[in-house]
Design a protein around this ligand. Sequence first.
Ligand SMILES: Cc1cc2nc3c(=O)[nH]c(=O)nc-3n(C[C@H](O)[C@H](O)[C@H](O)COP(=O)(O)OP(=O)(O)OC[C@H]3O[C@@H](n4cnc5c(N)ncnc54)[C@H](O)[C@@H]3O)c2cc1C
Length: 389
Amino acid sequence: MDAIKTLYKKLGNRTKLNEPLADHTFLKIGGPVDIFYEAETTEVFKKAVIEARKLEIPVTILGDGSNVLISDDGIRGLVLVDRSDKIETLGENTEEIELQKIVKPVYRWESDDKVGTFKYEFKDLDYDESDKPRIRVRLDSGVNLPKALDFLLDNGITGLQWYAGIPGTIGGAIFNNIHGGTHFISEVIDTVTVLDLQGGAHTLGIEELGVDYDKSRFQETREIILNVTFLLYKGDVEKAKFVRYEWAKRKSLQPRNAPGCAFHNLTQEQKDKLGIPTTSAGFVIEHLLKMTGFRIDGAAISKDHHNFIINEGGASAKDYLEVMKMIYNKAKKELGIELVPEIFLLGFDENEIKEFRHPSQIELRKKRLYEIRTVYKDSKKLFSTQKPS
Ligand SMILES: Cc1cc2nc3c(=O)[nH]c(=O)nc-3n(C[C@H](O)[C@H](O)[C@H](O)COP(=O)(O)OP(=O)(O)OC[C@H]3O[C@@H](n4cnc5c(N)ncnc54)[C@H](O)[C@@H]3O)c2cc1C
């Protein structure tokens, strides 16, 4: 506890002890953390990490808490909330950016409009803007994604419209390589600057990020994302604004008192095995497992989106985790498929979540590699080694 007190003194008056984390997540679930700090700039964000590590205090980063389930026992060590918010336009330089056409990715998401998933369909809004001039923009990791979208469109910059209606920070978006329809945010990343475990900041190119479906190297390396440089477009702003509006409208049907989808969608192999028309995990939960209305106290499978487990009020992390395990175990027993959590489980004892730490879960993640490679292999041709001076 001495180390916590020392850190408390070093970080100053924005620091709180024993802060309940439920107040900092979409789910409103989570016990207290030993020490809590909200960093307003990258400089103080970095300083807090370095000071905590010197004192051997474990560090957990939170963005907007829209993709996490935090244990009822809370988190030991420091929880650092990232509120850095700088956006910088680095300039257009189409001559030095080697432009090549993106081969349109195959659709990973397959829905079936006859069985109720149509309300989350986005295919009709999709288009290709790879013939447009590129522009580099650097965003701090704490920048709020919906705000970034508005700011960029107001400044004539397109390329992130597919992520309208997704809450969270830029750091959280990169950490899980968010997807919007057929797009992954990695398609437009140029570089990511990180703080490594030794306290050094360095910049990684797109090819070093280990991006995959809902995956980046940061989930394993414990490096901290400080900022991201995107290669966006000087595209058709009015069209992009329409897509943002329409996309967000469709996504607003999704419940907000949940941390997004509980499980990854199925691999192609799992879909084929079950002989169903879609890779949607929500479809499996609704139509094959028939778990509509299933709940444990306040933690319930949403009727609006069966892959969302919502907190209807007063749910504990234990209830929530139990609902996840019921779905996982039923899918394994009755259908012979394993579902992989999409949300991040923080502060739990490894034993409490052993199902989701099994090596087979890692194998399942790897099976998705070919799906994103189709996108990534072609889009990386867009990234020139020459940078504008
Ligand atoms: C209604 C709703 C709809 C959603 N729709 C989608 C969707 O369509 N597609 C999609 O992909 N996701 C979706 N999500 C999930 C979620 O919004 C995204 O994953 C989001 O990017 C998470 O950002 P965050 O700042 O809230 O991260 P948090 O939930 O705060 O953190 C998530 C993880 O990222 C880590 N992290 C955050 N910032 C950093 C950093 N700077 N450095 C290192 N690690 C960091 C945290 O430690 C944690 O492990 C949805 C969620 C909701 C609630």
